[in-house]
Design a protein around this ligand. Sequence first.
Ligand SMILES: [Zn+2]
Length: 122
Amino acid sequence: MTYVARYHPYIKRCLKKYPNLKERFRKKGNHILKNPFELGEPLKRNLNGLRSFPFAGNFIIIYIICEECRKLNHQKINKCLKCDEIPENSVIFLAFGPHDFNYENTPFIRKQLEKKKFDIFT
Ligand SMILES: [Zn+2]
């Protein structure tokens, strides 16, 4: 499958906060899209359903693979209420930032998933 990146609006805030990482985030994102199941580490407990991938020192990128969300029935924990409206080949990038910051904040970001549209931006 060829995967397409979609972005939670929160990513815009991450890019604003770390503008110098924009290019690295783009590159790492493209890298993840090539093999999202192999590359990311599935997260546990309150982050179950999400995956993380390290980049730029102690930073991580948090994402959801829509195909996986459906296969494992993660719609509820991912608040992915419009799951069937999102193409299956989507990888939704939720956030990136320092490791600890992301683990603390991602549950709150995920809570907002249900109302969001996911941009495809360049
Ligand atoms: Zn989903």
